[in-house]
Design a protein around this ligand. Structure first.
Ligand code: ATP
Ligand code: MG
Length: 578
């Protein structure tokens, strides 16, 4: 490829809305261009990267025994009604109507479609197990599309779905996919951590996420992990043992006392001179449009996904102050939200965190302004259900081995789920077993964000000058820069190097632009060619300058030496397929 013909416009400035480095660099280096919120054009450089990621995914999925197909992007409402998700999938589901007023949606994921395909095609146990996958655009109308390709509304995903006749079969395929994912991300130059996670809108019982660990804002997930054993989990699923803490308020008797102006836990604990761990905190959430009260030890926080799962809901948010006031008034109380309690709120479900069980003689709100009940015990508080709804904190103890947990941030690039019969049962997707009896398929599903993986790779591989993608997924391998395009010898040697590399299947770009060398070098670094060969004045002594982007290492060598080294390194990197 001649640089003068290449469709790439590099920019000096970052896009105004770019918050993370992959978004900034991919835009500045001319890989992507935003079309509208959360929707991007993948320009030629990006498309080369995406295709390379896709091909790695394809090779490993095929090797693992899966088969590729392609399902439609637009899906009919009827299938979503069969699975029961039309009602419960939130606003991320982009719904639309065709000219006949038939309702459809843009595929955010494809469980319904694949289950209908299996239902029509996999009728006998003899045809199972099967794992089918596709690589395709998805659309999710995300509340907050951000971070460029990391959280788009339209994005590319590989989604695979397995069909088995037994739980053991599913376990085997789950393990097979976990190993395959590790190979895929390793080949993309991305070390990942496999962590336990919540199953979310996809559903099912067991799931793991593949996280790229980062210390930047791009990591939207908190990952708790133990250095002494293999425990690691997304915060939405993590559990811990609590360090010992005072949980007995020590009040000799139960009574209502004045606690003027104690609107917050801090104010209350200061006023009473007690630790927050002997105060029972009462929070109101709106789950699927209905209020729910959550009780937790006041030194701890509620984890919303856990709370939502405890109720079996699909959508959760904390109630606003006006909503809480309204609830108070509707129940005949007139107090600020800091004084709320479960008393008299008989129609509102109350979920208490497991840690509350330990509390004794504690302090709790009773819907009376400027008053609290002290010396309360569990029998004084209506609790409908105990569940683990607590957000884990670093320093609490590992549930497996008891050592202190650490926290870090992660970008979720892949996710595997054991679905069981969550889709096959309601959709009546069955096969005939050995005894001629119909049985629902035991399913698993396995996703990889192709575009997110590419962006995460930029998060992991860059420096202040630009992108440093590994050879396996860089758009090209090498750029050859003649310093002065009017110098015949420089151009001739440059062209020779170019054709030698090309005939060895090295993807080379010849920077034949009539630009200053400094400009070409800047672009080379920004775009991130893993290797650069500069043909300048030293060519009169038969030497070129050879630079390795990854290490910054720069040497003056003969053209043949540089070519040989690049061919060797590229072949090494690409043969790393096991
Ligand atoms: P998240 O929690 O980040 O919103 P998710 O858990 O809802 O993602 P899955 O349904 O597990 O996503 O989708 C499989 C994979 O698709 C994810 O692991 C991720 O790599 C990718 N993905 C999901 N949502 C997006 C998005 N908005 N933009 C880019 N990639 C995405
Ligand atoms: Mg996920």
């Amino acid at each position: 490829m001649k640089m003068s013909k290449m469709f790439v416009q590099t920019m000096r400035e970052n896009p105004a809305d770019a918050e993370v480095v992959s978004h900034k660099l991919l835009a500045r280096a001319g890989y992507i261009r935003k079309l509208t919120s959360g929707v991007y054009n993948y320009l030629p450089l990006m498309w080369r990267v995406l295709r390379k990621v896709e091909n790695i995914v394809r090779e490993e999925m095929d090797r693992a025994g899966a088969q590729e197909l392609l399902m439609p992007f637009v899906q009919p409402k009827e299938l979503w009604e069969q699975s029961g998700r039309w009602e419960v999938y939130g606003k991320e589901l982009m719904r639309l109507k065709d000219r006949h007023n038939r309702e459809m949606c843009l595929g955010p994921t494809h469980e319904e479609i694949i289950t209908s395909i299996a239902r029509d095609g996999l009728k006998s146990y003899k045809q199972l197990p099967v794992n089918l996958y596709q690589i395709q655009s998805k659309f999710r109308d995300e509340v907050r599309p951000r971070f460029g390709l990391l959280r788009g509304r339209e994005f590319i995903m590989k989604d695979a779905y397995s069909f088995d006749t037994s739980e053991e079969g599913l376990d085997r395929e789950y393990q097979n996919m976990a190993e395959t994912y590790k190979k895929i991300f390793d080949r993309c130059g991305l070390p990942t951590k496999m962590v336990q996670s919540d199953s979310g809108a996809i559903g099912g019982s067991v799931s793991h996420e593949f996280m790229v660990i980062t210390d930047t804002d791009a990591g939207e997930n908190d990952v708790f992990y133990c250095e002494d054993c293999d425990y690691s989990a997304n915060s939405n699923h993590a559990v811990s043992k609590l360090p010992p803490k005072q949980t007995d308020g020590g009040y000799p008797e139960k009574k209502i006392i004045d606690t003027p102006n104690t609107f917050s836990i801090e104010e209350l604990s200061e006023f009473l001179n007690i630790p927050a761990s002997v105060i029972l905190k009462d929070l109101v959430y709106i789950i699927d449009k209905k209020p729910v009260m959550a009780l937790i030890r006041a030194d701890k926080e509620v984890e919303e996904t856990k709370l939502m799962n405890a109720i079996g809901g699909n959508d959760i948010r904390i109630a606003t102050a006006p909503e809480i006031e309204e609830i108070m008034i509707n129940h005949g109380f007139n107090a600020a939200k800091g004084f709320i309690g479960v008393e008299g709120m008989d129609d509102i479900p109350v979920i208490a965190d497991e840690s509350v069980r330990e509390m004794k003689n504690f302090v709790v709100g009773i819907n009376q302004q400027d008053k609290h009940l002290v010396g309360a015990n569990l029998s004084d508080v209506r609790i409908d259900k105990f569940a683990d709804i607590r957000l884990v904190e670093a320093g609490e103890f590992c549930p497996q081995c008891g050592k202190p947990l650490k926290v870090t941030r992660g970008i979720e690039v892949g996710n595997i789920f054991k679905l069981g019969t969550k889709y096959s049962k309601p959709m009546n997707a069955v096969y005939l077993d050995q005894n001629g009896k119909t049985q629902p398929y035991i399913m698993g599903c396995y996703g990889i964000g192709i575009s997110r993986t590419a962006a995460a790779a930029v998060e992991a591989h860059h420096d202040e000058f630009g992108i440093k993608l590994p050879i396996s997924i860089a758009p090209y391998h090498v750029v050859i820069v003649p310093v002065n395009i009017k110098d015949d010898l420089q151009m001739k040697v440059g062209e020779e190097i170019y054709s030698k590399l090309m005939s060895a299947n090295v993807e080379a770009v010849f920077d034949d632009r009539d630009e200053r060398a400094g400009v070409k070098f800047k672009d080379a670094d920004l775009i991130g060619f893993p290797f650069r060969i500069t043909v300048g004045k030293t060519i009169n002594e038969g030497l070129v300058e050879y630079k390795v982007r990854e290490t910054g290492e720069q040497t003056t060598v003969t053209p043949d030496k540089a070519v040989e080294d690049i061919i060797c390194r590229v072949n090494n990197a690409l043969s790393n397929k096991e």
